[in-house]
Write a protein that binds this ligand. Structure first.
Ligand SMILES: Cc1cc2nc3c(=O)[nH]c(=O)nc-3n(C[C@H](O)[C@H](O)[C@H](O)COP(=O)(O)OP(=O)(O)OC[C@H]3O[C@@H](n4cnc5c(N)ncnc54)[C@H](O)[C@@H]3O)c2cc1C
Length: 222
């Protein structure tokens, strides 16, 4: 298994519990938007604790970027990542496949499940290729939306927020269910990309198949 020791160049919170890390990019290191790698922290008690995280930057950038939800209620890797800053060292491992772009369609994300879509949508935007792409992003509240302004800028009216625990003016306060999908998806013959918790992916995939999506147009990752 390949190991690459890299320095954190910059890190800061982008929401109350999601932190962005800009890190050095090893020579020759490359990925396809949507792919991930196992990451550990280069400290004696943490170097063997590997956790998967998705590359969220553009592959054209000189650095790598990760966008990581920090869980502080137990002392896992993300809790430690919440405490480290520029100059700390991470160990990156092999790149592995997760969700990859197959063609225009609807991206449906729950919470931090949006991370592979950050990379894919940034790549499509950079290559002026976002026609026919829509993002439906479900979060508990508006505080939890990761990169909301950037998605709005890229996707305009094709960026749809839904909040499960908030009824703010101008937003939809409900869960994604069958009726929501009927109202917000004009055409079920497109590709669908679904990423979130196990239950989120299971529920949404079932609704989509019931509504006529073809199994081979469904790309999902839990
Ligand atoms: C392919 C892939 C790509 C991913 N990419 C990203 C990404 O880009 N960004 C991102 O934020 N996440 C991503 N994840 C999820 C990420 O890997 C996990 O959030 C991370 O591994 C959590 O590590 P941890 O050590 O902090 O928590 P772990 O100890 O691994 O715990 C994981 C889960 O169990 C719960 N848990 C475990 N132990 C306790 C305890 N004692 N008390 C309470 N709760 C507990 C935690 O709340 C958490 O939900 C990805 C996952 C996969 C599979």
């Amino acid at each position: 298994m390949a190991e690459h020791l890299v320095k954190v160049l910059e890190s800061y919170f982008v929401t109350h519990d999601v932190k962005r890390f800009k890190v050095e990019k090893p020579d020759g290191y490359d990925f396809i938007p949507g792919q991930a790698t196992d990451v550990s922290i280069n400290k004696p008690e943490w170097e063997n604790e590997l956790r998967p995280f998705t590359f969220t930057g553009l592959r054209e950038w000189k650095h790598l970027e990760f966008t990581i939800k920090i869980y502080t209620h137990h002392d896992g890797v993300t809790n430690q990542l919440g405490r480290i800053n520029a100059g700390a060292e991470l160990i990156l491992h092999d790149v592995f496949g997760a969700i990859q772009y197959k063609g225009p369609g609807v991206f449906i994300a729950g919470g931090a499940g949006v991370t592979p879509f950050i990379a894919i949508l940034r790549d499509l935007y950079y290559h002026k290729n976002l026609q026919g792409v829509r993002l439906i992003f479900s979060n508990k509240t508006s505080r939890d939306v990761i990169l909301g302004d950037e998605f709005k800028e890229m996707l305009k009216e094709n960026f749809i927020n839904i909040f499960t625990r908030e009824h703010a003016i101008g937003y939809l306060g409900r869960r994604i269910d069958r009726d929501f999908l009927i109202d917000n998806i004009p055409d079920f013959s497109r590709h669908f990309y679904v990423c979130g918790s196990d239950d989120f992916v299971k529920d949404i995939s079932k609704y989509l198949l019931d509504l006529g999506a073809k199994p081979d147009t469904l790309v999902f990752e839990q």
